[in-house]
Design a protein around this ligand. Structure first.
Ligand code: UDP
Length: 647
């Protein structure tokens, strides 16, 4: 395996190097760089994380072997852990042990790393903290989330717990100011925190669709231009009871708005509520919808610790005090050597092996992690959530010359995700045999042969039929007895790590095929760096003239460029070239195989109507979708990328 990974080693791009220098190279107390190459980072991460192996292995050679495997997975950029693991491993630990030659490492060295962990070594990206309907409880949550965000984690909360605005407060005889007013407190707190000294804090606020303040919540970000109101929040309305909502839509009846500890009540027709949600999302991208009922349906511990919110980007549902560390495999690199998604191909063995080691890596992270709160430490170790995902989907489809919008594209996406789900679950069971089940396993639904994902119909595709049968067999037999992690797969946005890996992000189409990134040089001058998708460059080959390059950079897409071949146009689609329904169907097939969730935006052209947004939301109720986020091109002034503009 290692030799195969080495064969994929490619020179890191200037773009990736700039990001590393900006945010990931370790610095000393005075701000001097202690690192200047990806290889050094890969060594630091792999050595730090493999030191968790001392809990299970006493053989020095074996731990060194595992360190080498982790190192090669990361150094080749085939596998990247989430950002907190990249910038927090090795922090505040004696440098010497990371500079040693691999041959010279001893058990004591690994033990030294393990024992010198401190609060600086917080390695997870996703958290949910509880909310309590009391001043004490609310400000306790503010403090807890501040601690998490400080070290690089994103936090989600269920604000539905808070009584609606205008409810009586027994202690003071006054009236409550309601969940939205408290969200501003969390926003201000987040605005003062720079995560891990490297990035902005991020939060998710959830409110149930039948909370009496739901309309205020939906409009809470209406004046946001990306830079102002509640700008450290994504917000999602939780339609936890989809059947109730659909009934109300079909029968034109009213939803009762209510809260356990308040006499404030109200009614609203589901259709009207969904229209208001659609209007606001059309205007500013917020709110999204979340279906926590479905999340709980596929969560093996929902009867004991139901999930109450997701992390900021929506891919990881968690119970209060839950946390998850993520990692992503770049399938666009592996597609050169593995027939990904084909269950009958011999090359699956290599995919399985890679997934086993990535799963083991993430499981090690749980042990070596230093959690910001005791309660988080407990639940994380009790259920051992990990989120292994894939990135580079769009680039892989380019390489395979399949369109993201086609049935063939969807089949590939479904098969690739099914392979991920199957192998990661098999790996988790294998780890359980070596290390034991997650402590709460006996209480989980796995005991009854539970399958934590919806699956597509067998008839969908012959490969899917094969994956389904493997998955069913696994949960019917093996997983009843062995499971190391309550959840194993999640597809993250990979906003930063996909740039480090020089690949397309998560399962998203590329936003643009070409753009100019402006870098500031030492003299403070802005230097334009033209970027064109590498795979497109290879495909265009000698046809790529300077003139054509300029045209592609100018529009970001190739759809309107006459001299480009029609077949190439079908394959090299960007987010905005893809119809909203095709975005939704991609999410549907992918989410059919995930036990957690995925980060996906249904991108829409600027001219889309509110009614079309409404229709997309409505369609999502009947698909294997656990949440939905839409974005209309140009609706936020501070959109991250526009064609030929500064990034
Ligand atoms: N996240 C965060 N702040 C950020 C970006 C991400 O807290 O600025 C958290 C958040 O929970 C998000 C998760 O990290 O859902 C994964 O995001 P992404 O994959 O983009 O992170 P990366 O590992 O690429 O930095």
């Amino acid at each position: 395996m290692i030799e195969k990974l080495k064969s994929l080693n490619k020179k890191i791009s200037r773009n990736a190097y700039t990001i590393l220098k900006d945010r990931y190279f370790l610095k000393d107390g005075e701000g001097n760089y202690l690192e200047d190459s990806w290889e050094q980072i890969a060594r630091r991460i792999s050595r730090h994380v493999s030191s968790a192996e001392i809990n299970y292995i006493k053989d020095e050679k074996e731990i060194k072997r595992i360190e080498e495997i982790y190192f090669n997975l990361i150094n080749s950029r085939v596998f990247l852990p989430n950002s907190p693991t990249i910038f927090n491993t090795g922090k505040a630990i004696d440098r010497e042990v990371f500079q040693k030659n691999s041959e010279d490492m001893t058990l004591q060295d690994y033990k030294k790393i393990y024992d010198s962990r401190s609060k600086h070594n917080m390695l997870s990206a996703c958290f949910v903290v509880p909310m309590d309907d009391s001043m004490n409880g609310i400000f306790e949550s503010v403090k807890q989330s501040a601690m998490i965000m400080k070290y690089g984690g994103g936090v989600g909360y269920d604000f539905s717990v808070l009584r609606p605005k205008g409810s009586s407060i027994a202690g003071t005889g006054g009236k409550s100011s309601g969940p939205i007013s408290f969200m501003h407190v969390f926003n201000t707190s987040a605005s003062t925190i720079e995560q891990g000294g490297a990035r902005r804090a991020a939060q998710m606020a959830v409110l149930k669709y039948n909370h009496p303040d739901v309309l205020d919540f939906i409009k809470a970000k209406k004046d946001n231009n990306g830079n102002s109101v509640l700008n450290y929040f994504n917000i999602s309305v939780d339609i936890d009871d989809i059947e109730d909502f659909k009934n109300s839509l079909e029968n034109d009846t009213e939803i009762k708005l209510k809260h356990d500890i308040s006499d404030r009540k109200g009614n609203i027709k589901a259709e009207e509520l969904l229209k208001i949600i659609s209007e606001n999302a059309w205007r500013s991208g917020d709110p999204g919808l979340l279906f926590l009922g479905k999340h709980n349906q596929y969560y093996a511990m929902s009867e004991h610790t139901p999930v109450s919110a997701t992390n900021p980007c929506g891919e990881e549902p968690l119970p209060p005090f839950g946390s998850c560390n993520l990692g992503s495999i770049d399938i666009s690199k592996l597609i050169d050597i593995i027939d990904i998604g084909n269950p009958f191909s011999d090359s699956q063995r290599l995919f399985e092996e890679i997934i086993y080691w990535c799963t083991r890596f993430l499981d090690d992270v749980i042990d070596i992690n230093v959690y910001p709160l005791k309660e988080i430490d407990e639940i994380s170790k009790d259920q051992r959530f990990i989120g292994l995902g894939i990135m580079g989907m769009a680039d892989t489809l380019y390489k395979k010359e399949i369109s993201y919008s086609s049935e063939e594209g969807r089949k590939f996406m479904a098969n690739a995700t099914a392979a991920l789900a199957y192998f990661s679950h098999v790996s988790s069971s294998k780890l359980a045999k070596e290390r034991g089940n997650f402590p709460s396993f006996e209480k989980s639904k796995y005991k009854d042969g539970f399958i934590p994902m919806p699956l597509l119909e067998d008839e969908y595709d012959e490969f899917i039929k094969e994956w389904n049968s493997k998955i069913r067999e696994h949960f019917k037999n093996e997983a009843k007895h062995f499971k190391r992690n309550v959840q194993t797969n999640t597809i993250a946005p990979t906003g930063s790590i996909s740039n480090i890996a020089d690949t397309s992000s998560g399962i998203e189409p590329n936003f643009m095929l070409a753009y100019i990134r402006y870098m500031t040089d030492k003299e403070g001058k802005k230097v334009p760096l033209p970027y064109i998708n590498n795979i497109l460059i290879n495909k265009l080959n000698s046809h790529l003239t300077e003139n054509l390059e300029a045209k592609i950079i100018d529009s970001g897409t190739i759809q309107n460029i006459e001299e480009i071949d029609e077949n190439l146009k079908k394959v090299f689609v960007t987010s905005m070239d893809i119809k909203p329904i095709d975005h939704l169907l991609a999410q549907h097939v992918i989410q059919s195989y995930l036990d957690a969730s995925c980060s996906k935006t249904i991108n829409m052209p600027n001219e889309i109507t509110v009614e079309e947004v409404y229709d997309i939301y409505k369609k999502s109720f009947d698909l294997n979708i656990k949440g939905i986020t839409i974005y209309r091109d140009g609706s936020l002034q501070t959109q991250v990328l526009t064609a030929n503009k500064e990034k």
